[in-house]
Design a protein. Structure first.
Length: 112
């Protein structure tokens, strides 16, 4: 469903999303899923007549995955150092190298 929203050039209503996905889901089911994604902060919504139109609050799957990782880290509370240590120790050599490269990059200037 997020892929449909990401691909859209404008905010979509539940009816629009259902039409894009095909008739496999009821409009009320699509509306419920969109509402839940909005509640989780993954979608923005604006009034559109008697309903809402939805647009993405996260840009792509990388942003979505990063948000999920942050959520899990936030949930770990006092275990955060251990969670991060375990995560890093379980990385493949390729991923470890990539992470090191990313951490060594100078910070991007605002607006980049």
């Amino acid at each position: 469903m997020l892929e449909t929203i990401w691909a859209a050039a404008r905010p979509l209503t539940a009816r629009d999303v259902r039409a894009a996905l095909g008739d496999g889901l009821a409009r009320t089911t699509v509306a419920t899923i969109l509402s839940r994604l909005h509640a989780k902060g993954l979608l923005r919504r604006v009034p559109a007549g008697r309903t809402y139109a939805y647009s993405a609050a996260v840009e792509d799957t990388a942003a979505l995955t990063a948000r999920r990782m942050h959520t899990e880290l936030d949930r770990s509370g006092e275990e955060r150092p251990g969670v991060l240590a375990r995560f890093v120790s379980d990385l493949s050599e390729t991923d470890e190298r990539l992470l090191r490269d990313l951490l060594e990059r100078p910070p991007a200037a605002d607006g980049d």
